[in-house]
Design a protein around this ligand. Sequence first.
Ligand code: NAG
Ligand code: NAG
Ligand code: NAG
Ligand code: NAG
Ligand code: NAG
Ligand code: NAG
Ligand code: NAG
Length: 400
Amino acid sequence: MNSHRCTLIMDIPCLWILTAFCIISVYQVNTFLLAPVLQLEDKIIDDESTEITCTLPTNETLDVKLKIFARENFSVCENDKGPPPKTTCKLDATRKMHGMEVTCEAHFVAKSKTEIIYVHTEPEFTDCPEKVTWVEGREESFKCKAEGYPPPEVNCYFNKSKVKEGEKFKVYRSMTGRHECKAVNSVDMTSQKVTVTVEYKPKILKMEVVPPAPVPKGEKVTLTCAAEGNPPPTYIWETPSAAIQTSPDNRTITIQGVEQGHYGTYDCRAQNKHGEDVQIMDINQPVMPKILKYEVVPLPPLSKGENVTLICDAKGLPYPTYTWETPAPDVTFSPDNRTISIQGIMQTHQGNYTCIAQNKYGIDTQRIFITISGTNRGEKTAFATILLMLIPAGFMHCVH
Ligand SMILES: *[C@@H]1O[C@H](CO)[C@@H](O)[C@H](O)[C@H]1NC(C)=O
Ligand SMILES: *[C@@H]1O[C@H](CO)[C@@H](O)[C@H](O)[C@H]1NC(C)=O
Ligand SMILES: *[C@@H]1O[C@H](CO)[C@@H](O)[C@H](O)[C@H]1NC(C)=O
Ligand SMILES: *[C@@H]1O[C@H](CO)[C@@H](O)[C@H](O)[C@H]1NC(C)=O
Ligand SMILES: *[C@@H]1O[C@H](CO)[C@@H](O)[C@H](O)[C@H]1NC(C)=O
Ligand SMILES: *[C@@H]1O[C@H](CO)[C@@H](O)[C@H](O)[C@H]1NC(C)=O
Ligand SMILES: *[C@@H]1O[C@H](CO)[C@@H](O)[C@H](O)[C@H]1NC(C)=O
């Protein structure tokens, strides 16, 4: 189908006769064979320019390069992509070119196709640390890389819940433990245990004083501070006196005999690299009860039918408890027993009202004598003979 036209000129003896060979390069393009066709002028004359053309006999648009070669250089060559593809070169003929070979080569641009081989492999952990340490409250994820083909899916399991490899979550101390990560693909499955340690800042759970404050002089007292935290916290105390000794682990202070300088504020500070917690406790000296205020509302003189309140207020450490002695039992106590009230006061309510304030270390009492005028309120000023006697407790005593 492809004809090659080789023109052989055997002309006048004085003229150089050029013999051209068509060297046919055969390339397979798609399914048919193509060979370039080289065409020389019928008669090439010395000292004249001649044209050499090379074409590829196709009307398809092909990615091809046609190149004409000879021993001598051509003055100019032009390429035409076609179709048909064509190259034309000009040659200034000289007698020394007689017998010169001219060759046209068709270079088809190489076409290629690449495929990749995929080898199915079982999953394998490549970077999955067996031990990890997290800090509570921060965002973390399981970093557990696995390889294999198809690429495996990696999931890690807390208890029963599942998290993807690399998926972020907030860390809680309950996540401490041994967990399992699994890498799965269509070929197989593999798993690895991951031990998680969760660290967190200290929190003081208990600060205890034995015996509970207040503490009398000379007594033995122990202060203990207990905190949770990971790493385990260290303890630092701030105490009223520098002379106070702590236990080797700094968690406990023991004072064999309390002195004046031991009273005050004790700070326990539990620290680790993630933070600290502080709690404060006071060690106070006991104070015997002392009634500071004892009053009747409304202010006497009192008339029959009035609503009357008696208020007793004492200092003391521990805080005193209150008891009363009253002429009649039909009085109402406030929840803390500091106040009593009488609705519609009557003659039977007349008498001594005693407030008794008491704690472990002492007692104080005060007495008021309440007189009630027999008539109604309008005339009370005339009759009111209020005897308000504040009798300082004579029998305040120390239990200790
Ligand atoms: C080339 O062109 C000729 C005439 O124009 C046509 O008959 C022939 O089918 C074409 N060949 C191809 C491969 O297109
Ligand atoms: C052909 O050209 C090259 C460079 O373009 C040159 O080096 C060479 O000498 C030339 N050959 C002739 C025969 O002129
Ligand atoms: C695991 O599950 C148990 C019971 O379902 C539960 O008590 C425990 O708190 C869980 N642990 C974690 C770390 O979620
Ligand atoms: C106890 O506290 C002292 C001073 O604050 C410190 O030097 C020492 O290392 C602490 N000991 C422990 C076990 O924390
Ligand atoms: C006393 O209190 C009662 C009930 O709170 C009330 O009904 C009454 O009016 C009061 N009496 C006086 C004199 O304020
Ligand atoms: C008040 O007094 C009663 C008896 O007088 C006693 O039973 C009660 O515990 C006291 N309440 C308080 C808060 O002291
Ligand atoms: C009230 O107390 C005073 C002083 O203790 C006493 O003299 C008086 O008799 C008492 N009155 C009554 C009614 O108990």
